[in-house]
Write a protein that binds this ligand. Sequence first.
Ligand SMILES: [Zn+2]
Length: 261
Amino acid sequence: MPYFPQWEVADLRYERQLLIPQIGQEGQEKLEKAKVTVIGAGGLGSPVLTYLVSAGVGKIQIVDCDVVSESNLNRQFLHHTGDVGRPKVLSAQEKLVSLNPDVALSTVNKRLNQENIEECIIGSDVVVDCVDNIETRVMVASACIQLNIPLVEGGVLGFYGYVIDIGRDYPCLSCLGYDKAKQKTPVPVLGVTAGVIGCMQANECIKLLLGIGEPLYGRMLNYDGLSGTWEEVKVEKAKNCAVHKNAETGKNGEFYWNGGK
Ligand SMILES: [Zn+2]
């Protein structure tokens, strides 16, 4: 008797995850019907895209407006030395198509702004934020809350990182005061740290798509690679959060972001 009699050969690629009771054939079909937008094809985007593509998420949109530079290569493993100077979306797409040709990959080689963000993320089941600047993070979170799209947010600094899920009924980055934070650039990052946090983001995205487990809504998971510890911090919606208020009132469909002023 064959060991896995219930699956067709076509499912061999996903054989090991089909064995997981919380996924199975039904979960796999959900993944295949899902659309995810990943914003940023860099240090976080590399593990996020790799694991979503290898898991068989049906439609994945990659958004990035940068070209590959040599300083990206310590962490952005979708890009190789020969890709320096090429658009990141093309370099990433090429590797990901080779990994799993069954996934429909689309690319947006544009800088996100107030005018194009709605068009870019609308219709996504989940958005995964893999950018490296606060302005874009807050704009993405604002748009996701307004459009009621679950958002997986992650960030890294040196050996430290965090991951949190954001939604209309849960705290956002502005609730936590991120819209007022000042950021020095370039951000110091060990490639491994981006890998750890990106893997956690991919895991959260898959949980949200499947409706399984306990998403990190209202729970910021902080990682310290030096001490080798994770700490969960419970966070709450701020009463006067402008992003949440604007999402409730609609404000002519504009996405709230005041440039940190
Ligand atoms: Zn908020």
